[in-house]
Design a protein around this ligand. Structure first.
Ligand SMILES: NC(=O)c1ccc[n+]([C@@H]2O[C@H](COP(=O)([O-])OP(=O)(O)OC[C@H]3O[C@@H](n4cnc5c(N)ncnc54)[C@H](O)[C@@H]3O)[C@@H](O)[C@H]2O)c1
Length: 376
């Protein structure tokens, strides 16, 4: 693991997710930017002292030379520290699992995509909301034609935690997310709008032709956007609206996707992830439950325990790790992976996310002018 040291947020989630299905062992780490904190944090987790590294550069060099070297690395550092370690570990022959957004600019994203292609290694991007069983069910319903041709997509991701200037208190996660040097040029846009956008692409299978974005910074003194309003022109004539906000009191982690087609609409909410609503036009609205009757194989693949026992955020995150474990083992055994394991977002999805961010920034600078994702 790179990042995820003492006091960090998502590194701990990755460690739980990696081990939930007994497919990974954490054996080495460069967990913090400060070498002493990095080593102390790693040994506190039970990592052997000779594999508790002071920097990711030291870790890549020393692991590469070991007969019992790591197979894969998780990168859970702030956004500006994704490209460097991801590239180095790929070049050193290791599979990479990286958190989003892929990078802070398109040149770095394209460079990573080229590196993944050249090395042939597994690269997973942890857009964790794609791991929920009923998100996979929604995807299968759309692909199977249950909704007919898609007309309208409505996605929102609202949070409240940055409603005040939390960064001024020194709160670690708020400080780097509002600092352009560490977050990149996108604030809320990179942090959560990219998740919403990936969810739309994952469930509908549609591409995005152009966006019109209006980014705002409501908290005085904040240096990056904290609210994103956006219209999307999706492929096949579909129209979308995306709202991402970190200054919306009353919203904890309110990610919701609604998709409407010629024949039916569907509705899924992250805070109630074991329910999926499907409303066929002219018929009764149907509630599908995780592991319940009538739910298809792609949802079953992402399910661990019987119906009625709630699964949630950690299990969905773990699903990505488990699917990537199958891909890593298949790579080692020179065979094709189980097709069910191939839904995890990869480096090309990361490039698409960075194109989305760059187009949104450009559109917003031009007073929400329609902007193509292809020409940024
Ligand atoms: N998938 C999700 O839902 C999700 C949720 C939260 C965060 N994230 C992403 O995860 C990443 C980390 O976010 P966070 O909230 O955990 O941040 P954090 O500040 O809590 O943790 C970052 C960690 O990285 C370490 N670090 C920084 N530079 C380093 C370096 N050069 N070498 C080694 N370690 C270094 C820090 O010391 C810290 O331990 C971000 O890219 C963020 O966008 C994703």
């Amino acid at each position: 693991m790179v990042g995820g040291g003492p006091g960090a947020f998502i590194g701990g989630v990755h460690r739980i997710a990696a081990r939930l299905d007994d497919r990974y062992e954490l054996v080495a780490g460069a967990l913090a930017s400060d070498p002493d904190r990095a080593r102390a944090g790693a040994t506190a987790l039970g990592i052997a002292p000779d594999r508790a590294y002071g920097s990711y550069q030291e870790m890549a060099a020393r692991e590469r030379a070991r007969p019992d070297r790591i197979e894969a690395v998780s990168i859970v550092t702030p956004n500006h520290q994704h490209h460097g370690p991801a590239k180095l570990f790929l070049e050193s022959g290791f599979h990479v699992i990286c958190d989003k957004p892929l990078t802070t600019n398109l040149a770095d994203a394209l460079d990573l995509a080229e590196t993944v292609r050249r090395t042939g290694l597994v690269f997973g991007l942890t857009h964790n909301y794609t791991g929920y069983p009923l998100v996979r069910e929604a995807r299968a319903l759309v692909a199977g034609g249950a909704l007919g041709r898609i007309r309208v997509v409505q996605v929102e991701f609202a949070q409240e935690w940055l409603t005040e200037g939390l960064e001024e208190t020194g709160q670690k996660q708020a400080v780097w997310r509002t600092d352009p040097a560490q977050s990149g040029p996108a604030g809320c846009l990179g942090d959560i709008a990219t998740h919403a956008y990936q969810l739309v692409r994952f469930v509908t299978g549609l591409g995005c032709e152009a966006i019109a974005a209006d980014l705002s910074t409501f908290v005085p003194g904040r240096r990056l956007d904290d609210n994103v309003n956006m219209l999307l022109r999706l492929s096949q004539g579909a129209k979308g609206m995306l709202w991402a906000c970190q200054v919306a009191p009353g919203n904890e982690n309110n990610l919701r996707l609604r998709v409407y087609g010629e024949r039916a609409g569907l509705d899924w909410r992250q805070e109630d992830p074991n329910d999926l609503w499907l409303a066929p036009h002219g018929g009764p609205t149907r509630l599908s439950r995780r592991a319940g009757a009538g739910v298809g194989p792609s949802a079953a693949h992402a399910t661990r325990i019987p119906a009625g026992h709630p699964e949630g955020y950690l299990e969905a995150f773990a699903q990505l790790y488990t699917d990537l474990a199958e891909r890593i083992v298949a790579h080692r055994e020179r065979r094709s992976p189980d097709p069910a394991s191939t839904l995890v977002p990869g480096v090309e999805d990361g490039v698409e996310g960075v194109r989305f961010m760059e187009a949104a920034l450009k559109s917003s600078r031009r007073d929400a002018e329609w902007t193509s994702l292809g020409t940024t």
